[in-house]
Design a protein around this ligand. Structure first.
Ligand code: HEC
Length: 113
C-alpha cells in the first residue's frame, strides 16, 4: 500500500507540471503583432484612426483616446469588446483572432501587471 502511494505521488506531480505548461504566460510579443495587424489601423495614436477618433469624441480624453495609453483595459474588458464589437467596431471571429491571440493581445494592452 505505502509502496503504491510512493509511485502515484511523483506521477501526480508530473501531470500537474504538464498542466501548468499548457497555461503558460501570455506572449506579449505575439500580442503586439495581433495589435499591429487587427487593431492599430483603427486604434493607433493620432488622426486618421476611426477608433481613436470615436473614443476621443466619446470620452473627451479621459480615459485617453488611444487604447495604448489606457491603464484600465483588463483582459476581460478587451476580450469583451473584441468578441462582441461595438458601434462601428466589428467583432472578431476565432478564425481571425484565436483565443490564444486574444489572450496575448489582452496581456499586451493590460497595464495592470
Ligand atoms: C474598423 C475599425 C476598428 C477596428 C479594426 C478595431 N476597432 Fe476597436 N473600436 C472602434 C471604434 C469606432 C470604437 C468606438 C465605438 C464607440 O463609439 O463606442 C472602438 C472601441 C473599442 C474599445 C472600447 C473602448 C471603450 O472604453 O469604449 C475597445 C476596448 C476596442 N475598440 C478594442 C479593439 C481591439 C483590441 C481591436 C483589435 C482586435 C479593435 N478594437 C479593432 C473601431 C475599431
Amino acid at each position: 500500500m505505502l509502496r503504491s502511494f510512493a509511485l502515484i505521488l511523483p506521477l501526480a506531480a508530473l501531470a500537474g507540471g504538464a498542466l501548468a505548461a499548457g497555461s503558460a504566460a501570455p506572449d506579449r510579443a505575439n500580442g503586439k503583432q495581433v495589435w499591429d495587424h487587427w487593431c492599430a489601423p483603427c486604434h493607433a495614436r493620432g488622426p486618421g484612426h476611426p477608433g481613436t477618433q470615436s473614443l476621443q469624441i466619446k470620452y473627451h480624453g479621459t480615459p485617453p483616446a488611444a487604447l495604448k495609453d489606457r491603464t484600465d483595459l483588463t483582459p476581460g474588458i478587451t476580450a469583451m469588446y473584441v468578441r462582441q464589437g461595438i458601434d462601428l467596431m466589428p467583432f472578431f471571429r476565432k478564425t481571425e483572432v484565436s483565443d490564444k491571440d486574444l489572450r496575448d493581445l489582452s496581456a499586451y494592452l493590460d497595464k495592470g501587471k
